[in-house]
Design a binder for this molecule. Sequence first.
Ligand SMILES: NC(=O)c1ccc[n+]([C@@H]2O[C@H](COP(=O)([O-])OP(=O)(O)OC[C@H]3O[C@@H](n4cnc5c(N)ncnc54)[C@H](O)[C@@H]3O)[C@@H](O)[C@H]2O)c1
Length: 329
Amino acid sequence: MTWLITGGAGYIGAHVARAMTGAGERVVALDDVSSGIPERLPPDVPLVRGSSLDGELLRRVLAEHAVTGVVHLAARKQVGESVAQPLRYYRENVGGLVTLLDAVAAAGIRRFVFSSSAAVYGDPPAAETISEDTPCAPVSPYGETKLAGEWLVRATGRAHGIATTCLRYFNVAGAAAPELADTGVFNVVPMVFDRLTRGEAPRVFGTDHPTPDGTCVRDYVHVQDLAAAHLAAARRTAAPGTDLTVNIGRGEGVSVRELLTVIGEVTGDTRAPLVEPRRAGDAPRAVADVRLAARELGFTAGLGVREMVASAWAGWCLRHPEAGPARPL
Ligand SMILES: NC(=O)c1ccc[n+]([C@@H]2O[C@H](COP(=O)([O-])OP(=O)(O)OC[C@H]3O[C@@H](n4cnc5c(N)ncnc54)[C@H](O)[C@@H]3O)[C@@H](O)[C@H]2O)c1
């Protein structure tokens, strides 16, 4: 098989490319390099520079590389930006997916893996864990584009005999190698690193949530484990036209305070956080029920928060030498 990975030069896409080639799969990447870094890709993975909105290019790539399966990660992913620019998010995330699925169906491709997000659940009830049956109620245009994307993927799969998998990632962190680390400052771990590097205390939004230590609880998953979940989803033997929608997390809650403790241990910077009021729309607790992933994909995340923080810090220090060298684990 040959797999097309859209968004392959991105943070997660490059990890997926590495995991898939490492397991012996043939891979070609498509990326418009709007936020991607071509050097992240393994040397044996060809990169086609172009957009998922370019139907003609997609048809050519699928034919020229004899693509037999697609892993679709290319998307815009900033929640705040999606609130300010909903049309752009619908055009690129949903429009790009329509264009891609059109080309995939026309090429007779039978396997499709879609990068979804826990953002589809919105502000879920503070239950113990979030299962795939929890009602989806996204609270941002970004989350809406992911939910609409799942609908499109499932409907197209059923109509055209494509086996589809939608992976709902929880909080992704870490790096398999420093040069593969996330360069954006949109998630909590790089946001804290950014504050520390500026000599500022990390911020905590709310210490009065209904959680054991009052701070928000999240489910963090190492990007290397996430990449392994993509490989498992790609290799899943499923009948044409069937679909699977599955959470990808650790199934373990970590509070912001606990995360800051680990960050302090790894960076050596243990300054006290600045407590700010709660932010509107921040769910107190969002932890995945991961039993379906174990059952259907044989996937269980192995790496813990300490590995995530230490590897993310090594990547951060590579790009921010002023932050100081990472401490050994
Ligand atoms: N990082 C997270 O915490 C997280 C959580 C849940 C879901 N996701 C999803 O995972 C996917 C990858 O996210 P990431 O963190 O690697 O982000 P990223 O920005 O590093 O990667 C996205 C890649 O897609 C490319 N791209 C964007 N729009 C494109 C288009 N129209 N055509 C071709 N290439 C395009 C970018 O250049 C980039 O290389 C996204 O779909 C995102 O919504 C990410």
